[in-house]
Design a protein. Structure first.
Length: 460
């Protein structure tokens, strides 16, 4: 399997090269040249596999040239050993509503599914090459802590994570800043998540700096993150359908950066019977506006009770755009250049119709989010976190949909308590965080400032 850029400016690269490159050197995102096609007999067989077994089967066609099957088995087993549920990503049924719980990893968020794997993958590749890696990432809340827990203490890796000061939940902040390993560097920027994402892309596009300091990506611009997330779509389908290939499933995905829902799109392209993908946003609705109008245009970032979705520029959207534009990198490059210069892009009407054949989109208000938390709790006793509540509310017109639960409700205790009067009992990984020692630099949201900080830190 070889990987190409959405903008067509690089020669195809191997899986290992794609993982270590992160963002393509032409500014685009990396994608496989083709998707393996899964036939009905294989789908039926996969429906009965454990999560660990299934992860190996789903991932192997994408990595097989670079990583042996046994190495992949070892990677997968090591990556999910820290999850507290034996199924890793169980499906909970609440009457017709089905919840795919993705928060049983060490930081109680769905990002653990991908970042535990990516951290171990980085370690394997660096041991082979004898090299070092400096990870640079931006987080709207959960990516940072999951990435940090994936690589903390590793000898060949330093990690720099930017988060918007005061715009993540207190627990999300403490999950990052209380990790005091010498290779972990937390930076609170005086700006928004989009500012952090812009800085990360600017430094990755500074090819001299990227090469000299061997930058690596943990944001969902890294293809390996998308690949790991594809697995739980197949897993959930198997649990819900019992392996009946004539049983399509609709998934509702709370999303801001388009990575999690793009993994569902990949699963669909591979042959998984997905009927619809519900794209659920909060009031930061650039993605839902695109699905409903064909126009992708930036606006103001509004702080909400679902802060991990407080995003206006969705870094994975370009990957979907590549397929929407018939895998034409010149068309994608032109659209992204228009986006950069004008703050908007628009696809032709026939393309918008194509989008609507698979995607349904809804923007959910703060009041609707809190009402959904309260309603679900009163009817079932189950506590939704605010992001999952956005997905559940968006799926109200789709009985039987599988809603992705992206975080444990205890990570957003204040919002949950306001909705239902009580907080969720925190899992062991979240207990005592607010009393621990913390370490964090506060810097301007400026690429030159971050670059200088990284150079100074790595020189010590």
């Amino acid at each position: 399997m070889r990987y190409v850029s959405t903008r067509g400016g690089i020669e195809p690269v191997s899986f290992s090269q794609a993982v270590m490159m992160g963002l393509a050197t032409d500014g685009g995102l990396l994608l496989p040249e083709s998707f393996p096609q899964i036939d009905e007999a294989t789908l039926k067989q996969w429906a009965g596999l454990s999560f660990i077994e299934l992860a190996v089967e789903v991932m192997y066609p994408f990595v097989g040239e670079d990583i042996s099957r046994q190495e992949l088995v070892d990677l997968v087993e090591r990556s999910y050993a820290s999850f507290t549920h034996p199924e890793v990503t169980p499906v909970v049924e609440l009457g017709p509503l089905k919840i795919l719980e993705l928060f049983h990893g060490p930081t109680a968020a769905f990002k653990d599914v991908a970042l535990q794997f990516l951290g171990n993958l980085f370690e394997l590749l660096l041991e082979r090459s004898g090299g070092r890696l400096n990870i640079l990432g931006a987080t709207s809340g959960d990516t940072g802590s999951a990435a940090i827990y994936g690589v903390r203490g590793q000898e060949r890796i330093d990690i720099f994570i930017l988060h918007p000061k005061g715009r993540v939940s207190p627990i999300q902040e403490r999950q990052m800043t209380t990790v005091l390993d010498a290779n972990v560097h937390n930076i609170a920027i005086t700006g928004t998540f989009d500012d952090g994402q812009r800085i990360v892309k600017a430094l990755f596009n500074d090819l001299e700096f990227k090469s000299e300091y061997t930058l690596g990506a943990v944001n969902s611009i890294n293809w390996a993150r998308i690949l790991a997330q594809v697995v739980y779509y197949f897993y959930a389908w198997g649990r819900v359908s019992g392996g009946d290939v004539n049983h399509p499933v609709t998934f509702s995905v709370p999303t801001g950066n388009f990575g999690d829902i793009f993994a569902g799109y990949v699963a669909k392209r591979m042959g998984l019977p997905i009927e619809r993908l519900i794209l659920a946003t909060n009031r930061n609705d650039i993605l839902s506006r695109f699905v409903n109008s064909g126009v992708y245009s930036t606006g103001t970032v509004h702080p909400t009770i679902s802060p991990s979705m407080d995003i206006q520029i969705s870094s994975n959207f370009e990957r979907y755009l590549y397929y929407l534009m018939d895998e034409n990198p010149a068309a994608v490059k032109a659209l992204m250049e228009q986006m950069n210069s004008e703050g908007r892009l628009e696809v032709p009407e026939e393309k918008r119709v194509e989008v609507n054949r698979l995607f349904y989109a809804a923007a959910v208000s703060e009041e609707e989010t809190q009402s959904q938390i309260r309603e679900t709790y009163e009817q079932t006793g189950y506590i939704l976190d605010p992001h999952t509540a956005v997905g559940v509310h968006a799926a109200r017109a789709f009985p039987g949909a599988v809603c992705l639960a992206t975080a444990h409700p205890a990570k957003f205790g204040a919002a949950v308590k306001e909705a239902i009067g009580v907080e969720s009992e925190p899992p062991p990984s979240l207990q005592g965080l607010m009393e621990k020692e913390a370490r964090c630099a506060v810097l301007d949201a400026d690429a030159a400032v971050i670059k200088a900080y990284m150079k100074s830190t790595l020189a010590n």
